[in-house]
Structure formats: structure tokens, C-alpha cells
Write a protein that binds this ligand. Structure first.
Ligand code: NAI
Length: 304
């Protein structure tokens, strides 16, 4: 087993003033990384700001002999976070997009502002920091990125249409980015964690909160950010010491003759089979996904 070490590497962790981000930052620092501890320090609904959370994480890292700098910018100011890393440590190797908050409310009662704020922090915030670090990763032909999604995005969750939309968007973002980074040794993966942070405190018991230690999530993040990592474009669920990779499963489906007039009644008659996973595959790329479509239209007579 090779020891995973980040000596000489600079790691940016957004939202590292508490919960999962703090655990990631401490874990990276304990293995030699120079860590940019970004945190705006607002409340669980993203209201307000404070320097204390980021400063506290940095103080903890330094007290243990590690190297870290605090950054108090909003993730929407991605350029400033990247600049902080370059000014302090001279390089950027790893980015963990983690910052975020919740505005849970049923869709009927959701305001435009609840929708906008969640898309801003989770999706646009992840975009802005990634956009700022990307040229540096490309130029040095090396980078490791982990984005933080949620089971709410993967499976849906009542009262979280805004959050679910933003979180699943990160999966598409990461998978597409993994393809663009592949030729330059830049990997990009996604975790969907559960952790006993303040975000979970509103819906969980103290016992469960204690069991779901954020420190049980960070080792997967470090593994995905290791120099030897080749895993990319993947999604992992991780919580309470359990972790597993996810993939799409697609029913074998039904191939109607594309030369005939297809009716809704024909679709209805075949609907159970369209939805049956008795035979299924696991397409991993757009090309693999399109294969049955290409095969089906190949049945059409060739134009003369
Ligand atoms: P947390 O509230 O403890 O930590 C989030 C941190 O992000 C806070 O310290 C906050 O100040 C910071 N932050 C918020 N908005 C920011 C902004 N605009 N710029 C910079 N920093 C900002 O919450 P937790 O649970 O550690 O969440 C971390 C990530 O994990 C979030 O993206 C969350 O959606 C995700 N997540 C957490 C789950 C859980 O069970 N705790 C479940 C699924 C996903």
C-alpha cells in the first residue's frame, strides 16, 4: 500500500471553516499539503459572514505543525481564492469544491431568491473557483478536483428542488470536465457524502450525528486527489465509513422500426419493457449511450 502524501502540493478546500470542508483541510494538512482554507462564514442559510470559521481551521492546522492560509471570500469570487493560493504557496494542485448552504422549502413555497441563492453557491460557486484554477492545472499538466454533490441530487428529496438541481448539475459538470482534463492528467470526481455537520443537525439525532463523522468522508477525498489517482469522471456515495461508486444503469429498451409511424399507443403497449431492467447495460460515455440508437437507425434503407 503506497502512502498518500501531499508534500509540495497546494490544496484549495472551499467551505473549510466547518463540517466536511474542515475535516478535508485537516486531513490534507496532516499529510503535508499547503492548504487554502476558504470560508465565507455565513449561517446555514448562507446569510452573513465571519472570518472565524476559516481562521479557526487554519489555527488548528498550524498548531499541529501544518501549513495553511485563510481565505474569507465567497466562492463566487473564485479568482481571488486562486490568487490567494498562488500568492501564498506559488501553485495550485488540488481543488475540493465543498462550500454550500441550504434553503429547504417545498417547491410551491420556494421564492426565486431561494432558487437563485442555491444555484449560485453550489453550481456557480463551484464553476467560478474551477474556472480560476483551470488554466494553472492545464499549464502544469496536473490537477485533482473533487466536487461535492448530494444524494438529494442523485435521487431527489422533498423540499430540496433547488439543492437537488444544483447538486446533480455538478455531476454533469464534473463528468464533462473529466474528459477535458484527461490528456493533461487532471482528474475530476464527485462525492455525495453524508456527515454530522450543522447542515444535518436540523434533520438528525445527536447519536446519528456523532456516528456520521466528517472524518470518515475525507479519506476518500484524499484518495481521489492522490498523485497516483487515475479514477476520473466518477461519482461516489460516502458516509459513516461506508463508500461505493455509482454508475448509470439503463434498461435494454425497445427498438421500434424507425421507418414506420410510431404511435403513443405502441409506446404504451411496450411501456413495461421500456421500463424493465431485466436486461440492462451501463453506458459510460455519450458514444456508448448512443449505440442502440445508431443500431436502430441503421435499419433504415440507405439513401440512394
Ligand atoms: P457546513 O455548513 O458545516 O459547511 C459548509 C461551509 O461552507 C460553511 O463553513 C460555510 O460557511 C461555507 N460556505 C457557505 N457558503 C459559502 C460561500 N459562498 N463561500 C465560501 N464558503 C461558504 O456543511 P457541510 O455539511 O460540511 O457541507 C459541505 C458540503 O457537503 C456542502 O456542499 C453540502 O451541500 C454537502 N453535503 C453535505 C451533506 C451532509 O450530510 N452534511 C449531505 C450531502 C451534501
Amino acid at each position: 500500500m503506497t502512502k498518500i502524501d501531499f508534500t509540495g502540493r497546494t490544496v484549495i478546500v472551499t467551505g473549510a471553516g466547518g463540517g466536511l470542508g474542515r475535516a478535508h483541510a485537516l486531513a490534507f494538512a496532516a499529510r503535508g499539503a499547503c492548504v487554502v482554507v476558504n470560508d465565507l462564514g455565513g449561517d446555514i442559510a448562507g446569510i452573513g459572514s465571519s472570518v472565524s470559521p476559516a481562521d479557526d481551521t487554519v489555527a488548528t492546522i498550524r498548531a499541529a505543525g501544518g501549513r495553511a492560509v485563510a481565505n474569507h471570500d465567497c466562492v463566487l469570487d473564485g479568482e481571488r481564492i486562486a490568487e490567494c493560493a498562488l500568492d501564498e504557496f506559488g501553485r495550485i494542485d488540488v481543488l475540493v469544491n465543498n462550500a454550500g448552504f441550504l434553503r429547504d422549502v417545498s417547491f410551491a413555497r420556494m421564492s426565486d431568491e431561494d432558487w437563485r441563492a442555491i444555484i449560485e453557491v453550489h453550481l456557480n460557486g463551484a464553476y467560478k473557483v474551477t474556472r480560476a484554477v483551470w488554466p494553472h492545472l492545464q499549464a502544469q499538466r496536473y490537477g485533482r478536483i473533487v466536487k461535492t454533490a448530494s444524494a438529494a441530487g442523485l435521487y431527489g428529496n422533498f423540499g430540496q428542488t433547488n439543492y437537488a438541481a444544483a447538486k446533480l448539475a455538478l455531476v454533469g459538470f464534473a463528468r464533462a470536465l473529466s474528459l477535458e482534463g484527461a490528456s493533461r492528467n487532471i482528474t475530476c470526481n464527485v462525492i455525495a457524502p453524508i456527515a454530522g455537520s450543522r447542515l444535518l443537525a436540523t434533520v438528525s439525532t445527536p447519536e446519528r450525528m456523532a456516528a456520521l463523522r466528517p472524518e470518515l468522508v475525507s479519506p476518500l477525498v484524499l484518495r481521489l486527489c492522490a498523485e497516483a489517482n487515475t479514477e476520473t469522471g466518477s461519482v461516489f456515495e460516502v458516509a459513516g465509513g461506508w463508500m461505493a461508486k455509482l454508475r448509470w444503469e439503463r434498461a435494454a429498451g425497445v427498438a421500434f422500426d424507425p421507418s414506420t409511424d410510431l404511435t403513443p399507443e405502441a409506446v404504451d403497449a411496450a411501456f413495461d419493457e421500456i421500463c424493465s431492467f431485466a436486461r440492462a447495460d451501463h453506458p459510460g460515455t455519450v458514444r456508448e449511450a448512443a449505440a442502440p440508437v445508431i443500431a436502430n437507425i441503421a435499419r433504415l434503407p440507405k439513401a440512394q
